[in-house]
Ligand binder design. Structure first.
Ligand SMILES: *[C@@H]1O[C@H](CO)[C@@H](O)[C@H](O)[C@H]1NC(C)=O
Ligand SMILES: *[C@@H]1O[C@H](CO)[C@@H](O)[C@H](O)[C@H]1NC(C)=O
Ligand SMILES: *[C@@H]1O[C@H](CO)[C@@H](O)[C@H](O)[C@H]1NC(C)=O
Ligand SMILES: *[C@@H]1O[C@H](CO)[C@@H](O)[C@H](O)[C@H]1NC(C)=O
Ligand SMILES: *[C@@H]1O[C@H](CO)[C@@H](O)[C@H](O)[C@H]1NC(C)=O
Ligand SMILES: *[C@@H]1O[C@H](CO)[C@@H](O)[C@H](O)[C@H]1NC(C)=O
Length: 606
């Protein structure tokens, strides 16, 4: 061996530690690069989808990363004994991803009533399912339920058209109340009496009480017939709720006012207030001492004097609703001042689902929790301004946005979000001290790793990862949604790639029957597998929903959520079959498309 090689080897031996460290660093960097390039790949595609996919695909990664970093936290603690418990606790809390809302930890604000809203205008659950949910919400701190019947109430007599064909029976309405009674849960019925009466005014019989002839949204408040109609509705609902001490009369989003001949000359504010006054009086005439609640949105812009003039505070209690995170953005401090001047008390309404998009199918539990925590903050601040404080909070759970909209997040997919937000409002905060109550009430397996967070709202906002093995009522549907998400993303991705990104199966190719058979083979090789995935989830959906919903709801949901993919994939299959059969092709140029003339393209088609 020559001198030089010897010296080199010697140096290597002396510096072995440094070299080892350097090697390790290079490996880590390479690994990191690969990871980030995978991230990059996943980010491509439409922004919206990328977001959602990040939600999914990265759930596992983030969880793993979190677990690893928790491990690290743990080890660090062992090696440095002076690290106090407090710091570790903070680390754990951070990993839960609970939105940071500045609540008073010493003196948490807990609303005196915590009411859960059942929106029956979409996907009305079977009575059995409602009866399984009631003990669950009782356990989590609910004190009552707000039932929005819409067309699920068994209206009869002159109102028989209002009832859906699958409406609950009178017996079932009483059964719900009996079950609630046994658990000491208050029942507050809700009926719409001004806007959002689409379910009634859509019928021919009620055209004459519409505000706008061609629209079923709002009632004309100036016709005697309208009040007769409402009076009858109230009578029927109160009759089947013999014990209710509250009635919610809706009155939100009255977008059509002052348009008919009778109303045209009046101010909107007067029309609105007079109608609320009329309806509230009707209710109180029928049941003395009953309290009437209305949504607050139509009051936000009114002056306190206008409301004081008719003593609105003696007629109704407002329910102030905001479902977004920033409450004061929608109901400013000045509005609160007005309310406190007019009303002795007020209700608030947050949301645990159905507020962030009409076609979503699982709620973002973190956003809804933030909405609820921020409400606690606002309520703690505003409580003292009302003579009698707040009456309570309602956690709304919308199943569709209005009578004509498609279904949004269904109740069984939102039980985890409900549990999270309900525990929060029942305690005045949410942190890891509520872990066992949360996990226990949802019948989840106890986690073996004490240091793994039981939720991770940042990486897993739909809670699929952490609650995937829980056994709460409706959990099979909750899991199905996770599967659907994967299948849907795959189908969307496939359709986009084959018909838009790739150049042989676009609309142009299909319209012109002009493509390359080998390319078509290649592009459709995955189609049977994707199609099978979509079709099989339809059947699984039926199985997961069968104990919760009737056949109409099941089929409505499958038609809206899954069927469109079935059709699109079948159409693509049919079209590619046809295009594959072509084996002689016309000479170019192909003749210009005649329909382009319609767009003002001045090309003469021979
Ligand atoms: C994704 O987009 C980036 C930036 O536009 C691009 O550099 C990269 O090649 C794309 N990756 C894939 C897999 O299409
Ligand atoms: C959770 O919050 C409550 C109220 O602020 C507090 O008393 C309790 O110590 C907190 N628990 C943990 C584990 O952070
Ligand atoms: C409604 O009824 C009242 C009293 O019965 C009557 O005075 C009024 O003219 C009626 N209004 C309309 C618009 O029919
Ligand atoms: C719903 O569909 C199932 C399966 O076809 C059937 O057995 C059941 O009788 C149907 N129920 C109703 C109420 O139509
Ligand atoms: C595809 O073709 C089959 C067989 O001809 C037909 O029954 C089906 O309706 C077609 N589907 C679509 C979506 O066009
Ligand atoms: C495409 O070609 C096939 C095979 O010749 C034929 O059956 C089909 O009708 C054509 N489709 C269109 C849209 O021209």
């Amino acid at each position: 061996m020559n001198n030089y090689t010897q010296r080199l080897l010697l140096t290597v031996w002396r510096k072995k530690t440094t070299l080892l460290v350097a090697g390790l660093l290079i490996t880590i960097i390479l690994f990191g690069l690969q990871y980030s390039s995978r991230l990059q790949q996943n980010r491509n595609g439409s922004a919206e989808e990328a977001d959602r996919r990040n939600g999914m695909v990265f759930v596992e990664k983030t969880t793993k990363a979190n677990e690893v970093s928790l491990e690290r936290v743990h080890r660090r603690k062992q090696s440095r004994e002076d690290q106090n418990e407090e710091e570790e606790r903070k680390d754990v809390e951070e990993k839960l991803g609970i939105p940071n809302v500045n609540l008073d930890g010493q003196n948490p604000y807990v609303p005196k009533r915590r009411i859960v809203h059942f929106d029956l205008k979409g996907a009305p659950p079977k009575i059995d399912y409602i009866k399984r949910i009631l003990p669950l919400i009782k356990n989590l701190g609910a004190t009552g339920i707000l039932i929005e019947y819409e067309d699920m109430f068994p209206y009869d007599g002159s109102l028989k058209h209002l009832a859906a064909k699958n409406a609950y029976s009178k017996k079932q309405i009483l059964e719900i109340q009996r079950a609630a009674d046994e658990l000491k849960l208050t029942v507050i019925p809700l009926i719409q009496t001004f806007g959002h009466v689409e379910f009634a005014l859509k019928h021919r019989e009620f055209i004459k009480i519409r505000e706008v002839l061609t629209s079923p949204q709002a009632l004309c408040p100036s016709k005697n017939l309208s009040l007769d109609f409402i009076s009858e509705m109230i009578s029927q609902v109160l009759e089947l709720h013999p014990k209710s001490k509250y009635l919610h009369i809706g009155c939100d989003e009255v977008f059509q006012m002052g348009e008919c001949e009778l109303c045209r000359l009046e101010l909107h504010d007067n029309l609105f207030l007079r109608h609320v006054q009329n309806v509230a009086n009707l209710v109180m005439e029928k049941r003395a001492g009953i309290k009437v609640i209305i949504w607050d949105d139509m009051l936000r812009h009114l002056s306190s004097q206008t409301m004081l003039d008719i003593q609105l505070g003696r007629l109704v209690e407002p329910m102030v609703w905001v479902y977004a995170e920033d409450i004061y953005r929608f109901v400013q401090p000045q509005v609160w001042e007005k309310y406190a001047a007019v009303f002795k008390t007020a209700w608030t309404a947050s949301a645990f689902k159905g507020a962030f998009g009409e076609t979503l199918y699982v709620p973002d539990a973190r956003r809804h929790l933030e909405n609820n925590l921020r409400w606690l903050d606002v309520m703690a601040q505003q409580e003292r301004n009302f003579k009698d404080g707040f009456s309570g909070i309602v956690l709304t759970g919308w199943q569709r946005y209005d009578h004509f909209a498609v279904l949004c997040e269904l109740l069984p997919a939102a039980i985890p979000s409900l549990a999270l937000s309900l525990l929060a409002v029942s305690h005045g905060y949410f942190n890891s001290s509520l872990k066992s109550q949360f996990i226990g009430s949802l019948s989840c397996p106890q986690h073996t790793n004490r240091h793994s967070p039981f939720i991770n709202l940042l990486g897993d906002p739909f809670l699929w990862d952490k609650l995937g093995r829980c056994m709460f009522p409706g959990s099979p549907f909750f899991r199905l949604i996770y599967r659907l998400n994967t299948v849907e993303l795959e189908a969307q991705d496939y359709l986009r790639t084959t018909t838009r990104n790739k150049g042989w199966l676009t609309e142009y190719n299909l319209r012109r029957n002009y493509s390359l058979p080998l390319r078509i083979e290649e592009l459709t090789s995955d189609l049977p597998r994707i199609y099978h995935g979509v079709v099989s989830i339809a059947r699984s959906a039926f199985d997961a929903m069968n104990s919760i919903f009737d056949n109409y709801t099941i089929s409505e949901w499958i038609e809206q959520r899954i069927y469109p993919y079935v059709l699109q994939l079948e159409r693509l299959q049919n079209q590619s079959n046809a295009i594959k059969n072509v084996n002689v092709w016309p000479v170019r140029p192909l003749s210009p498309l005649k329909d382009l003339q319609r767009l003002g393209v001045p090309i003469i088609v021979p």
